[in-house]
Design a protein around this ligand. Structure first.
Ligand SMILES: Cc1cc2nc3c(=O)[nH]c(=O)nc-3n(C[C@H](O)[C@H](O)[C@H](O)COP(=O)(O)O)c2cc1C
Length: 176
């Protein structure tokens, strides 16, 4: 079984040089597109305490989480991973890597032996250090080829997503 698992934050964000309000997070949009193309169920990592609406506030908080190694709490996810072989794992790039809440989720969840297909949205740094961090946190998972998408271009990402998924389907569910 294949699932999509992602964290995404809507509200104020910095897009093409200005602050804009997003009604859906960029990573969530990519997650939805993947879901439509492969027909897999989607699960969202939702913080117990919502991140601030204000862009400057979330930047301050996310930086504090990173520098102090804070492990933000998330709401319990109703997923049974026993029959899950493939996970499309999505997150935004925050300060050059994955948000602390995603790292915390991965630390607490046993994904050994599963194929992980990472995707991220970003504003220029692509995956940054996140794939290195992912390999460190999930040493026994099979980390497959990932897809970085520029957040401000998610609306135009269908072809890139389709090409990435075509390779996944061609290889019988394996991206190399
Ligand atoms: C707290 C914070 C830190 C960010 N740090 C980076 C970064 O280091 N590199 C980068 O390319 N984009 C960075 N961004 C931009 C986001 O990665 C980008 O807007 C992404 O598409 C947001 O996804 P979301 O809407 O799913 O949360 C940051 C955004 C926020 C809010």
């Amino acid at each position: 079984m294949t699932i999509i698992l992602y964290f995404s934050r809507k509200d104020e964000n910095f897009v093409d040089g200005e602050i804009k309000t997003l009604s859906s997070g960029n990573t969530e949009i990519v997650a939805e597109k993947i879901g439509q193309k492969i027909g897999a169920p989607s699960f969202e990592i939702v913080p117990k305490v919502a991140y601030p609406y204000d862009y400057q506030e979330v930047v301050k908080l996310a930086q504090k989480e990173k520098t102090e190694g804070i492990k933000p709490l998330y709401q319990t996810l109703n997923i049974h991973l026993d029959h899950v072989a493939n996970i499309f794992l999505g997150f935004p790039n925050w300060f050059g890597s994955m948000p602390q809440i995603v790292a915390h989720f991965l630390e607490k969840t046993d994904l050994a032996g599963k194929n992980i297909y990472p995707f991220c949205t970003h504003e220029g740094s692509a995956f940054g250090f996140s794939l290195m961090e992912l390999r460190e946190i999930c040493p026994d998972s099979n980390i497959q080829l990932g897809l970085p998408v520029r957040g401000s271009r998610v609306g135009k990402a269908d072809e890139a997503i389709a090409n990435w998924l075509a390779e996944y389907k061609m290889n019988g569910g394996k991206l190399k």
